[in-house]
Design a protein around this ligand. Structure first.
Ligand SMILES: [Zn+2]
Length: 266
C-alpha cells in the first residue's frame, strides 16, 4: 500500500505534470470509483491549481473552487500519459486534459477511491488525521502524550492515522527495528528514551524513503510508471535474516504481518 513517501512522490510528480492543465472530461471506467458529493457539469472543474498531500490522501485543487481527493488504498496508481490513445490494464477513471494528455487512475483491486467536493467541504477522514510525521508538531511530547496510557501494542499505535498521518505497515516495521523496539511492547511500557528514538527514526526513515522515491514491493509506481528504490534499503520487512544474523520473526498484528528481530528489538 502506498504510504507517505510513495504518496508524496506521486504528488511531486503530479505538480510537475498536471498543474495549469484544464480538465475537459472525466471518464469513469468502473462505476463506483468516484464519489460525487456535488452535482457537477464538467465545465465547473476549470484548471488544476495545485496538488498536495495530507496523510495518504492526495488533494487536487482546481480554479473553480473544487477539490478532487484521491486515496490509492492497496493498489491504486496515478499515471500521467502524454498519449491520449494509451490506457492501462486496470484503468478505473481517466482525467482528460484539454491539451490531449491525461491522468489515469489505475487500481487492480478497486479499493481506491476518488471524491469530488467543493473546496470548503470539510472531509471527515482528513479532518480526523493526526499530525504529519515530518512536521515539527510531531515531537517527543506529542508522541508521549498519545501513547503513554495505552495498553495497545506500539506497532498498532503508530499505524493509527489519528496519531501519525501517513504511516503504513512497511515503514512501521522499519521504524520499530531502527528504534530497537519490540512491536508488541505496549504504549504504556515505552520509555522516554524509546519515544525519543521513535520520533527520530520515524523522521529519518521517511526522509530516506522520500529520497529514494518510495518503496515498491509490488504495485506502487510513480506518475511515470516507474518503481521506487527504498525496497533495497529495508532491514526487516519481508526479510529472512537480520544484520545481526538472527532470523527475522513474522507475526500477525491486527491482521497485518509484522516483521522484526527478536534479538535487536526489546
Ligand atoms: Zn537483529
Amino acid at each position: 500500500m502506498p504510504e507517505l513517501p510513495e504518496v508524496q512522490t506521486i504528488v511531486d510528480g503530479l505538480n510537475s505534470k498536471i498543474v495549469n492543465k484544464t480538465i475537459s472530461a472525466i471518464i469513469e471506467k468502473k462505476m463506483g470509483t468516484i464519489i460525487w458529493k456535488e452535482n457537477l457539469n464538467i465545465c465547473e472543474f476549470g484548471k488544476i491549481l495545485n496538488v498536495s498531500r495530507r496523510g495518504k490522501f492526495i488533494i487536487i485543487e482546481t480554479s473553480k473552487k473544487l477539490k478532487i481527493i484521491i486515496h490509492l488504498r492497496m493498489t491504486g496508481k496515478l499515471i500521467y500519459e502524454e498519449d491520449i490513445s494509451k490506457t492501462s490494464s486496470h484503468s478505473r477513471t481517466e482525467f482528460i486534459f484539454s491539451d490531449n494528455t491525461k491522468m489515469i487512475f489505475d487500481c487492480v483491486r478497486t479499493f481506491g477511491k476518488i471524491w469530488i467536493l467543493r473546496k470548503d467541504y470539510r472531509f471527515a477522514p482528513i479532518e480526523k488525521l493526526g499530525v504529519e510525521p515530518l512536521d515539527k508538531l510531531f515531537n517527543d511530547p506529542y508522541l508521549k502524550k498519545q501513547i503513554q496510557h495505552k495498553k495497545i501494542p506500539i506497532k498498532k499505535l503508530i499505524l493509527e492515522q489519528q496519531i501519525i498521518a501517513g504511516l503504513g505497515n512497511i515503514y512501521a516495521c522499519e521504524i520499530l527495528f531502527r528504534a530497537k523496539i519490540h512491536p508488541e511492547k505496549l504504549g504504556i511500557e515505552v520509555t522516554n528514551k524509546e519515544t525519543e528514538l521513535l520520533v527520530k527514526e520515524t523522521k529519518s526513515v521517511l526522509i530516506q524513503a522520500l529520497e529514494k522515491n518510495g518503496t515498491t514491493i509490488s504495485d506502487y509506481r510513480n506518475v511515470d510508471n516507474k518503481t521506487g528504490e527504498f525496497q533495497n534499503f529495508l532491514k526487516v520487512y519481508q526479510k529472512e535474516f537480520c544484520e545481526c544474523g538472527n532470523k527475522i520473526s513474522r507475526i500477525k498484528q491486527s491482521g497485518r504481518s509484522t516483521f522484526f528481530c527478536g534479538k535487536c528489538q526489546k
